[in-house]
Design a protein around this ligand. Structure first.
Ligand code: ADP
Ligand code: MG
Length: 344
């Protein structure tokens, strides 16, 4: 059984004292080896940084494939960089483990590194310790970015609202897996659905290239981690505006076509773990956006418009309209760890 330092050396030291050409290109000067890592952004760039915590039993199932977990731990952070239009420089990994399981660590680090290499975001440091109970993971990412920053508070009246990719799949996979963990049996349709949607939940694809390409095109942007309504709501609240979103324009994968409408609505509008980008852009950007979509091979869908906030606008900043132009009353909320209905 290895000690802490052997473990770091064996699994997390690919970008060590002398970073390779790719890591140097990202800006890394000193990787895993010393008291701090050192990196340097390109001139006139600012550093964007973000951290996410993933706790066993809350953010992931204990029996999750460790390769998928390694991928996702980094992916959710890269998605935050994407939402700021930042170029990744490097990341730190905090790891608390109840025991050293070499097979688990090998697969976890492989999943992490595979995405790190693909997204050119080298692992340059971290900390490793023992936990009393359950795995706790924390990834911090660093990226570089320059103005105009794609903040949540810069949507404008008349902007079109766009989302990348498809909505809802990850939530359906989660519903199926929760059932299995409660000891319930999935019927044939549920088994089929889980097979089709599981990848969306376990291997989110952070839109890092798209995020950077949207600099100077989009006004406000966010990544959808807690559900479209909640995350778009953050843009609108911070921009002091409101929006109409049209249900029949929402991009939903064909797998979800035959599920009951209420379940589909919940998944598409409030389902979390999506890691697609939601952004607002002026109508004049439409042509540029379809060219971008072609160029990057990412579906971009206009789903609604931004309006000025009027007196009668109530608590919810987003109105969802049906095909007859009537507002759909939903009572749906995205995910909130500390909401009173949530026992976690
Ligand atoms: P210190 O005690 O000074 O914090 P450590 O002995 O904990 O340093 O870590 C030694 C080196 O290994 C450091 O460069 C640190 O960033 C790196 N490191 C530790 N844990 C991890 C990890 N889980 N992933 C990547 N690098 C790590
Ligand atoms: Mg340490």
């Amino acid at each position: 059984m290895s000690g802490e330092f052997d473990l770091i050396k064996q699994y997390f030291s690919r970008t060590a004292r002398h970073p390779d050409a790719k890591a140097r290109k990202a800006g890394v000067i000193l990787g895993v080896s010393d008291d701090c890592a050192i990196f340097s952004p390109s001139s006139h760039q600012s550093i964007a940084t973000s951290k996410d915590l993933l706790v066993e039993g809350i953010h992931f199932f204990s029996d999750v494939d460790p390769f998928a977990l390694g991928h996702k731990a980094l992916a959710v952070n890269l998605s935050d960089l994407a939402a700021m239009g930042a170029r990744p420089i490097g990341c730190l990994l905090g790891l608390a483990l109840p025991n050293v399981d070499e097979k688990w660590l090998k697969a976890f680090s492989e999943g992490f590194y595979q995405l790190a290499e693909k997204m050119r975001c080298p692992l340059i440091g971290g900390d490793t310790t023992r936990s009393e109970k359950g795995v706790v993971l924390s990834v911090t990412v660093f990226g570089e970015v320059s103005p105009p920053y794609l903040t949540r508070n810069s949507a404008k009246v008349g902007d079109t609202i766009w989302v990348s990719g498809c909505l809802g799949d990850a939530h359906i996979a989660l519903e199926c897996l929760l059932k299995l963990h409660q000891g319930l049996v999935l019927n044939d349709q549920e088994q089929w659905l889980l097979k089709k949607t599981r990848r969306a939940l376990e291997y989110p694809n952070p839109r890092v290239d798209l995020g950077q390409a949207l600099r100077g095109v989009a006004h406000a942007m966010i990544d959808i981690s807690d559900g479209l309504l909640q995350d778009l709501g953050h843009i609108l609240t911070q921009s002091q505006l409101c929006a109409k979103v049209y249900e029949n324009r929402l991009p939903v994968s064909t797998f979800l076509r035959d599920i009951p409408i209420e379940q589909r609505r919940r998944a598409v509008l409030a389902g979390g773990d999506v890691y697609e980008l939601c952004f607002t852009a002026p109508a004049s950007a439409t042509e540029r956006l379809s060219a971008l979509s072609q160029q990057l091979g990412v579906m971009l869908t206009p789903i609604g418009e931004v309006y000025a906030r009027s007196e009668e606008v109530l608590a919810a900043p987003v109105m969802v309209m049906d095909e007859d132009g009537r507002e759909i009353v939903l009572g749906l909320h995205g995910f909130d760890h500390f909401a009173s209905s949530n026992n976690e």
